[in-house]
Design a protein. Structure first.
Length: 214
């Protein structure tokens, strides 16, 4: 919330200064708008996953009889029952537990990188526009009106190149990537807590229960 509030404040300042309008008007390729729409969609998706992970952490910490941690403990109990007197190893189940939690947020990492790549594509497109305009300018000779029109094309090309790179780097490389890193860290910490609890509390209890003649 702190990070998003600060970022929203920066966006608001940029809007007041007219920088957002400048970016939109200077990007003839409309890639900046596409990147902005993609970012907004997956920013909301990341917010949903943040709420979901936080809910699961609360369920685990308050020892509620539901949630992914409770399901994981139930699977350990089932595995322990099938092993009988053999020692219970949770390595594979713990790995599967982490993968299951990480899979839904992997798309955020992919989209963050895609936004950066779209920015680089916009850079290439912008330079192509600018270079083609430069070629027309040289071919136009001393026709002043033609040269002025081509110079405008070169400026438009440079605007596409610079602003798409800037938008892709900020939205993908900084903002959305930061969301992914925070979610990944939260999930990793959650998995460690669940696995440690199972190793310290649950597995010894299951071992004792298996040794109990009653």
């Amino acid at each position: 919330m702190v990070i998003n509030s600060f970022a929203a404040l920066l966006v608001y300042i940029a809007w007041l200064q007219g920088w957002l309008v400048l970016v939109i008007e200077s990007d003839a390729s409309y890639l900046s708008l596409v990147m902005g729409a993609l970012f907004l969609i997956f920013w909301m998706i990341s917010g949903y996953h943040t709420v979901t992970v936080n809910r699961e952490i609360v369920r685990f910490e308050t020892k509620q009889g539901e949630g992914v941690a409770h399901t994981y403990f139930q699977k350990l109990k089932v595995k322990s029952g099938k092993l009988g007197d053999k020692p219970l190893d949770q390595t594979m189940l713990a790995a599967a537990f982490r993968v299951r939690l990480m899979m839904p947020i992997q798309i955020l990492h992919y989209v963050a990188n895609m936004l950066i790549l779209l920015g680089l594509i916009g850079t290439v497109v912008g330079f192509v526009i600018a270079v083609s305009g430069l070629g027309d300018s040289l071919a136009g000779g001393e026709n002043l009106q033609r040269v002025q029109g081509v110079l405008g094309q070169i400026v438009n090309g440079m605007g596409v190149a610079l602003f798409t790179t800037l938008v892709g780097a900020i939205l993908g490389g900084l903002w959305l990537q930061l969301h992914y890193q925070l979610l990944e860290k939260a999930i990793a910490g959650f998995v460690v807590d669940v696995v440690e609890h199972a190793d310290i509390e649950l597995i010894p209890e299951l071992a004792l229960a298996g040794q109990d003649p009653a």
